[in-house]
Design a protein around this ligand. Structure first.
Ligand code: FNR
Length: 183
């Protein structure tokens, strides 16, 4: 059976390039991995004071959606050379209460996306720093920096570039192998 992979997208924008890439990845992965996007836009900002008997329902739902996954894939743009606050908040919510992190041991990989040339390198690497700390084995190779994304999606958000599709297929195959090793 295909591994169940929770996908977190670091953008809330309706026309988000990152979400389009995540959706293309889900299609490309179909025979290898079952990718499902876990929504993170309604998570209240992390505040330890809200833990206790009745933490926000959105936190509880999110934590159980991640806990049930075999692996986690991040697809993110770069904000100011780092990880969008939206995504960092989701990492923080999942990491608490102390000792009950839902991230621990989950194999993970990062796809960073930008309309510019640098492929959101800064976000990709800042994210890896947190993933290592959270004790998630991050796939080292291949790395995925998807640049000039605005030039390779059609008007429906489908990837037009055969080179990019082929690269992402290889990335997904490597991730399936990585999950098998670390699950
Ligand atoms: C950006 N953008 C951006 N791009 C980049 O390559 N490096 C950066 O540091 C930033 N910084 C940044 C900050 C903020 C607050 C915004 C809103 C945008 C541009 C960004 O890559 C572009 O808007 C993407 O289209 C955002 O991704 P989605 O929403 O299309 O997935």
């Amino acid at each position: 059976m295909a591994y169940d992979v929770a996908v977190l997208v670091g953008s809330l924008r309706k026309g988000s390039f990152s979400r389009a890439v995540a959706e293309n990845l889900a299609t490309l992965a179909a025979d290898k991995l079952a990718l499902r996007i876990v929504e993170i836009g309604d998570l209240p900002l992390y505040n330890p004071d809200l833990e206790g008997d009745a933490p926000p329902a959105a936190w509880a739902k999110f934590r159980s959606e991640i806990a049930g996954a075999d692996a986690v894939l991040f697809v993110t743009p770069e904000y100011n050379r780092s990880v969008p606050g939206l995504l960092k908040n989701a990492l923080d919510v999942g990491s608490r209460p102390y000792g009950h992190s839902v991230w621990k041991g989950k194999p993970t990989a990062v796809v960073s996306v930008s309309p510019g040339l640098l492929g959101a390198f800064g976000a990709n690497h800042h994210l890896r720093q947190s993933l290592v700390f959270l004790d998630m084995p991050p796939m080292q190779q291949p790395e995925a920096y998807v640049s000039k994304i605005g030039d390779i999606l059609d008007k429906d958000g489908k990837l037009m570039s055969e080179d990019t599709k082929s690269f992402l297929n290889g990335f997904l195959a490597a991730f399936a192998t990585w999950i098998g090793k670390h699950k």
